[in-house]
Structure formats: structure tokens, C-alpha cells
Design a protein around this ligand. Structure first.
Ligand code: FAD
Length: 303
């Protein structure tokens, strides 16, 4: 049943017609709970409030699977404007980008050029940029592009998805790269990814522990309290400095736990998605946890 719901919402997340139609309506149908707004200006007070509570943020100007050059260029401009604003407003905030929003499905060299321009501005503004990891079909090219970019721009990192069989092997090449560790949000074939929660969780713990013992900064991105509790024990046992890692969660999820982790002295970062292209992101959150739908229904009736 859970797997059917997952397939259903992942199917919707990939539906072009629904994605395009949703853009016209703005974040609706409860998506506002998980998508902070449509324009960056309007979200600055939210970032400030989080920063005041010692929570840093990573901003995702939503968009993916772009097939039109001008749309990719428009996304690039928006991201560069955001970087300037983060700098000018002195926000404790970095930026997450998706290569398919910046033209990876159009032409690799066009995408690289767009990201290089973003990284130039990010360097000047002293803001870190993280490349989100998307579907497995983009995995090899994302790692290849990351390595190429890092020759000139050390201020860029990426994400390792622990549902992938290759995750651990690929870590060895990324020892000095700032990484976010996640379970993985897309529907992947059993030829490339683990299917069971047990296997994915086990691999998450293995990879996160390996990273925590290394010297590069790691973001542990999960809402799973079992994983977080086990890692907290590991961190204490190995006396790992809290300067070397942070916990990350998505905007709107487990807010009490976000504040609790800060209270316990851990670094914490909230991933804030915003923009008009909210539909695919929102459907993936419903696929991960269909109970999120209950929260939305409750919101609709009781607020
Ligand atoms: P799950 O396996 O969803 O949940 C495990 C358990 O935790 C549940 O059984 C439940 O007991 C508890 N739990 C989870 N959520 C809640 C809740 N809301 N309330 C109460 N209990 C809860 N994926 C990518 O593929 N690429 C990316 O670049 C990427 N970036 C991400 C960035 C961040 C900051 C985060 C948090 C996730 C990102 N993801 C990304 C998504 C990620 O891969 C997972 O799909 C998503 O985080 C769900 O997995 P989970 O680790 O939170 O735990």
C-alpha cells in the first residue's frame, strides 16, 4: 500500500502538464506548509527569524527538468540575484541548485557555463553553493561536472544518496568536498539502488560515520530520529567537533526536533524551497511520507 502511494505521488511529480499548470496557481493545496513562498524578498524575514534562533538556511529556488534555454537562463539570473541579496542582507544562508534547472538536459556545456557564472557571483559574495543530487540518470554527469567545477571553485559541494549501491565507492573521490548525506528521494531501479528502508538506513549510517571521521564538512540531512540518535552517540563517543558537521531538515518538517537539536548545541540548517515550480518537490514529499497528506487535511479544516 505504502509502495503504491509512493509510486502514485512520484508519477504525479513527473507529470509535465500538472507541473506547468501548478506554476500558474502559485503554491496551493497545502503546499505552503512545505514551500516558503514564491519570491525571495518575501522570505527574508523567515530566514532572519531562523538565523536569530541559530539556524542557518539553504535556499532552493525551485525548478528542475528545464528543456528551454531561456528558462534555464532565467533561473540562473534569479539565483545570482539571490546570492547578491544574501550578501547584502548579511544572511546566514547558502544556496542549493539543481543542474537540470540550469540546462543539463539541454546541453552539458551550456549547463556548466550557467553554473560557472553562478559560482563566480557566489565567490564574490562568499556564499557556499550545493548541487542537489537528482535522478540516477543524472548521477554520473553531476559528479563529473562537480569535479570539473571544483578545479576553479572550491566553494561548491554536492549530495550523496545512500540508496545508491555506488554511494560508498564514490565517497573516496570526494573526501575533501563538503557533502550532504541523504537517503534519496527518487524512484530508482533495483539495478542501481537499494529498495528496503533497512538497507538504505544501514548504508546512511555507514557513510555518515565515515564522513564524520574525516575532515571535510558534512551535512546530515534526515528527519529520521533513529538515525539522528545513533549518530549523536557516535559523535559523543568519538568526540567529533560540532564545527565539522550540521544536521539538516526540510522547511516545515519536525520543527520541534529542529529547535531541540540547536538547544543541544548542534549546528542546524533548514532547507527552504521557494518559487513557482513547487509541484514536483511537493509531490516527492507526499511520496516519502503519505502521512504528510493528513497534516495538510488537518490544516485545511482546523486553521
Ligand atoms: P524517512 O525514511 O522518510 O523517515 C524515517 C522515519 O523518520 C519515519 O519512519 C518516521 O518515524 C520519522 N519521520 C520522518 N519524517 C517525519 C515527520 N515529518 N514527522 C514525524 N516523524 C517523521 N534527496 C535527494 O535525492 N537529493 C537531494 O539533493 C536531497 N536533498 C535533501 C536535503 C535535505 C535537507 C533533506 C532533509 C532531504 C533531502 N533529500 C534529498 C530527500 C531525502 O533523500 C529523503 O527522501 C527525505 O529526507 C526522506 O527521508 P528521511 O531521511 O527524512 O527519513
Amino acid at each position: 500500500m505504502a509502495s503504491l502511494a509512493k509510486d502514485f505521488f512520484i508519477g504525479l511529480s513527473n507529470n509535465d502538464f500538472l507541473n506547468q499548470s501548478a506554476k500558474k496557481f502559485g503554491a496551493r493545496f497545502g503546499a505552503e506548509r512545505f514551500v516558503a513562498g514564491t519570491v525571495f524578498d518575501a522570505i527574508i524575514p523567515t530566514i532572519r527569524q531562523l538565523n536569530q534562533k541559530q539556524i542557518s538556511c539553504t535556499m532552493d529556488h525551485l525548478g528542475e527538468f528545464v528543456t528551454d534555454r531561456s528558462e534555464a537562463e532565467h533561473a540562473k539570473e534569479k539565483i545570482m540575484d539571490m546570492l547578491h541579496q544574501i550578501h547584502e542582507e548579511n544572511l546566514d544562508c547558502h544556496v542549493s541548485i539543481k543542474l537540470t534547472q540550469l540546462g543539463l538536459d539541454i546541453e552539458e556545456s551550456f549547463c556548466i557555463q550557467n553554473v560557472e557564472q553562478i559560482l563566480e557571483v557566489a565567490d564574490a559574495c562568499d556564499v557556499f553553493v550545493n548541487i542537489d543530487m537528482e535522478k540516477y540518470t543524472h548521477y554520473d554527469s553531476t559528479l563529473k561536472i562537480l569535479k570539473l567545477l571544483r578545479k576553479n571553485y572550491p566553494n561548491v559541494g554536492t549530495v550523496i544518496q545512500t540508496y545508491l549501491y555506488d554511494a560508498e565507492k564514490d565517497l573516496s573521490d570526494l573526501e575533501d568536498v563538503r557533502l550532504r548525506i541523504v537517503k534519496g528521494a527518487y524512484k530508482e531501479d533495483s539495478s542501481v539502488a537499494y529498495g528496503s528502508k533497512d538497507e538504505i538506513d544501514k548504508n546512511f549510517l555507514k557513510i555518515a560515520k565515515k564522513r564524520l571521521l574525516g575532515s571535510a564538512f558534512t551535512s546530515i540531512a534526515t528527519h529520521d530520529h533513529h538515525i539522528i540518535n545513533e549518530l549523536k552517540k557516535f559523535i559523543a563517543e568519538h568526540q567529533i567537533s560540532t564545527d565539522n558537521f550540521e544536521f539538516q531538515m526540510l522547511y516545515g518538517f519536525r520543527i520541534d526536533m529542529q529547535h531541540q537539536l540547536v538547544k543541544e548545541g548542534y549546528r542546524f540548517c533548514t532547507y527552504i524551497p521557494f518559487g513557482e515550480d513547487w509541484f514536483g518537490y511537493f509531490m516527492r514529499r507526499l511520496a516519502e511520507r503519505p502521512q504528510n497528506l493528513n497534516l495538510l487535511v488537518k490544516d485545511a479544516f482546523y486553521t
